[in-house]
Structure formats: structure tokens, C-alpha cells
Design a protein around this ligand. Structure first.
Ligand code: FE2
Ligand code: FE2
Length: 475
């Protein structure tokens, strides 16, 4: 069921006229931003088969239909409240959760919400040129699905800013539409969200690894004592799962096709000459986006992370799976660090200060599971000796103890000279990028057809056939 309200919601917006008016005032600015910075060339003359969140009912929260992108019904949906929910960690563990923002934590909470919110429109901006180079209508539709849902995630954060942070919140909501990915004057807040995503291999690696950072952040925010933040992020996670599906299966289908082409060439040929993507090139994009995404978890030792946890604002991902007291007042964590002379050392630090690293541990494990699936289901199944791997956490870092130092993907230290000479063995080079641009130059817009470098998916969307017309042009 599609609600007839201007802003679809399950938060009884109609019962709070002031908030409703504020959000209806923000809505045209959002739509202007979407037209300027959303998918280029697909705003007015294309109908896209999309899912729209219409409730939070587990049995059927999504409605599938054709929609023009600017007419997508971006709404505000919070997961159902949990009866008598209690704070699950930190100094206030066991107390009832908060329905309002405590004054003493207002700045910290606003910061957490703004940083999360900033990533959502950023990725839409990063991906806005990809439609002109898509490998199929199926993939084009998935790109737009990810884009509209990132737009909805922006709405989710803006709802919190407007509801709980007064005038500062409204100003932050406006600023979220003013920063621009990659802009030197007004960039997005985090580095990975200022990198261009101009090839489909970038897109798949980004949705695999950077959207998965989103998943780890949302999981830790869903533990929050601020109940509306918890409920908002819990529902966002249901949408987020599809984004990582797009990334994981996208890379999987590229590897699948590479294996087929290698076999056709009798294992001796150059896959690139056959218009496919060689496995080492896929590995370079894994190296790049994984290392960028590791940075998003912040410094290994962080007093902010400690404060967020102590104050109950941000827990660990899947907090209830940790077999400890969830207070962590006296626990220690063994960290790989570097001393002033650049020597690697192990150091014990209070667990609360190491919580960025704890979340990074969770994240690396979740990524590794995906990489294992590629190896088992594709490379092993095709009898290949190649394997995909995550690079060392030390590789290509810009944040934390390894920032500014150089390591190869196995974690061996390199001199500046070695790094400069060898970095394109492990990271995409301008030539690699040019090659990818050449094979995606001609988009594939015919239903059921796929670019030569990617295998078709195992099945279509919402049980529809693979050759369904997922995006159609209006005449
Ligand atoms: Fe998101
Ligand atoms: Fe996402």
C-alpha cells in the first residue's frame, strides 16, 4: 500500500505539524539535489522497476513497481519499538533506553548522525555517471535501487536531525545537501566518499566493501541507547543487505566470466584481449576499496570511540554475541601498533579505547566470508589456481598508525621508493582504468543481454526473468 501523504512514514508525521512542515520544507531542496546530483540521464524519460519501502512489516515491507526516479516515494520508516528495551552496554547498561536526546550527549549524537548521513548522498553523487555505461538493464536497475535507497537513508538521518536537534539539526540537514563528493571546497566528510566511482568494477567493489562498512556502522548504531536512532538504523539494515548482494554477486559474475574466457582461450590467452577482466585486475579493486573502507572505521586508539561506548551512544556490531559484561571498564585489547621509530610492536590498550579496531575486526571477518564465497563458488569450482584475498590491514592506509607508511598487501614494509615503483602492481593504474573505460564504453540496454565481461545473474529481481525489461524508456 502506498500512502497518500507527501512524505510516506510510520512515525505519525501528521500528528506533529511542526516537524511535518520542517520536513516538507526540506523536501524540495532534496529533490533539487537529486535532479542535480542523482543518476545522470535517467531522470525524466525512464521507468525503473524498483522496490519501495512502504512499511516495516517483515512479511512485506517492500512494494515493487515501475517508477520514474524523481517520483520515487522516499519515506521515513522506523523498525517497530521493542517493548521495555534496555540499554545493552556501557555505563548506563540496564537502564531504560532514551526517547529523547540527553543534553550532555547532544553534540556527540549529532556528530554520529551527521557523519552517517553524509555518506548516503555522497555515494549517489559518486555513482551518478554509471548509467551511461551499464553492462545490462538488470545491473542498471540494481544501481538505481541502491541510489534511491541511499537517498532514503539520507531521509532517515534528516528525520532524526529535524526531530531531536532543533535549529542545529535543521542547519545540518541543509548542509547535507550542500557538500559534494570530490569537491575541493565542500567535500564529503570521509575520504572514501570523495573517490570517483566511474567504472562498474569500482561500483561492485564499493558496494561489496564500502556498503559493508555501512553495515558495520549501522549495526553498532542499532545498539544505541537513543531508541529512535536504533529503530531507524535497524530498518536501514534491511535495505543495506541488497547493496552488498549487488557488490558480491557483481564481482562474482565478473570472475565467472573471466574463468569462462580463460577456458575458451585455452588458459594461455590474455583475458583482456577477449574483452574480459583478468583476475589480478579484480584483485586490485578489492585492494583499493577494502583499504579505503578500513580507514572509515577510524584510528586504532580513539577516545571518541571510548566515549561513544561508555555513554551508550554506539555499541559493538552484534553486541549480544560478545561473551563479556558489555561494560568493558577493565578489559584490555592487544593491538598491533608502531613505535616512534616505525617498528611494529604489540601493545595492550584499554578495550574501550580500541573499539574502532574491534569494529574493524568484525568488518574484516564479514568481508573475508564474502571473499571465501568467491573462491569456493567461482574460482575453485572452475578449477582455477587463482584465489582472491583481502590485503593486510597495513596496506594503503590513510588513517591510523599505518597512515603515511608503506606496506605491500602481505604487510611487509616498503620504502617510499619501492612503494612508488610498485604500487600499481596492487592498486588500479591509469592504464587499468583506461582499459575498463574501453570495455564499458558501449552500454548494454537490451533486455537479457550482458556486456562481454560479466556473466548473467543466477536469477532476476523479485522472481522475474533475467530478460525482464528492468528499465524502460518512455517514448
Ligand atoms: Fe546507506
Ligand atoms: Fe548502502
Amino acid at each position: 500500500m502506498i500512502s497518500s501523504e507527501r512524505i510516506p512514514n510510520n512515525v505519525n508525521l501528521a500528528g506533529n505539524k511542526r516537524l511535518q512542515r520542517a520536513l516538507e520544507h526540506w523536501q524540495p531542496a532534496y529533490l533539487d539535489w537529486w535532479r542535480d546530483m542523482g543518476p545522470q540521464g535517467f531522470q525524466d524519460h525512464h521507468q525503473v522497476y524498483l522496490r519501495t519501502a512502504v512499511s516495516v512489516d517483515a512479511a512485506g515491507w517492500a512494494h515493487f513497481d515501475y517508477v520514474k526516479l524523481p517520483e520515487y516515494r522516499w519515506g521515513i520508516f522506523l523498525a517497530e519499538p521493542t517493548h521495555d528495551r534496555r540499554i545493552g552496554f556501557g555505563d548506563f547498561k540496564g537502564e531504560p533506553v532514551w526517547q529523547e536526546v540527553p543534553g550532555e550527549f547532544r553534540n556527540q549524537l549529532r556528530r554520529l548522525i551527521v557523519v552517517q548521513g553524509d555518506t548516503e548522498p555522497a555515494s549517489v553523487e559518486q555513482q551518478r555517471q554509471l548509467g551511461a555505461h551499464c553492462p545490462s538493464l538488470y545491473d542498471l536497475r540494481n544501481l538505481f535501487q541502491v541510489n534511491v535507497e541511499e537517498g532514503r537513508h539520507l531521509w532517515a538521518m534528516v528525520y532524526l536531525l529535524h526531530s531531536y536537534f532543533g535549529r542545529d539539526g535543521r542547519e545540518e540537514a541543509e548542509a547535507l545537501l550542500e557538500r559534494r563528493s570530490g569537491n575541493s571546497d565542500t567535500p564529503r566528510m570521509l575520504e572514501a566518499f570523495n573517490e570517483p566511482i566511474d567504472t562498474w568494477l569500482d561500483f561492485f567493489a564499493f558496494t561489496m566493501f564500502t556498503d559493508r562498512d555501512g553495515k558495520s556502522q549501522l549495526l553498532s548504531l542499532s545498539e544505541s541507547s537513543l531508541d529512535p536512532l536504533s529503530r531507524t538504523t535497524r530498518f536501514m539494515l534491511t535495505e543495506e543487505a541488497h547493496h552488498m548482494f549487488v557488490g558480491e554477486t557483481g564481482i562474482s559474475r565478473i570472475l565467472e566470466r573471466s574463468c569462462q574466457l580463460l577456458k575458451e582461450a585455452g588458459f594461455s590467452g590474455d583475458v583482456r584481449k577477449l574483452g574480459g577482466i583478468d583476475i589480478p585486475l579484480v584483485q586490485k579493486f578489492v585492494n583499493f576499496w577494502f583499504s579505503q573502507s578500513l580507514d572509515l572505521h577510524g584510528s586504532e586508539v580513539s577516545s571518541n570511540a571510548a566515549a561513544y561506548f561508555s555513554n551508550g551512544l554506539k555499541g559493538r556490531a552484534e553486541e549480544d554475541k560478545y561473551d563479556d559484561d558489555h561494560v568493558l571498564a577493565a578489559n584490555m585489547y592487544l593491538l598491533d601498533m608502531m613505535d616512534d621509530s616505525g617498528r611494529l610492536i604489540r601493545q595492550e590498550v584499554p578495550m574501550r579505547n580500541a573499539l574502532n579496531e574491534v569494529l574493524r575486526d568484525w568488518y574484516v571477518g564479514d568481508c573475508q566470508a564474502g571473499v571465501d564465497r568467491w573462491n569456493k563458488r567461482v574460482l575453485e569450482a572452475h578449477g582455477m589456481s587463482d584465489r582472491m584475498a583481502l590485503p593486510s590491514r597495513k596496506f594503503n592506509r590513510k588513517v591510523g598508525v599505518y597512515a603515511g607508511k608503506h606496506f605491500d598487501p602481505w604487510g611487509h614494509p616498503l620504502t617510499q621508493e619501492e612503494w612508488d615503483r610498485r604500487k600499481h602492481e596492487w592498486l588500479p593504474s591509469p592504464e587499468d582504468k583506461a582499459f575498463l573505460h574501453s570495455i564499458q564504453a558501449a552500454p548494454v540496454y537490451k533486455p537479457g543481454q550482458f556486456a562481454n565481461y560479466i556473466a548473467p545473474p543466477a536469477r532476476g529481481i523479485n522472481r522475474l526473468p533475467i530478460d525482464f525489461e528492468y528499465v524502460r524508456t518512455e517514448l
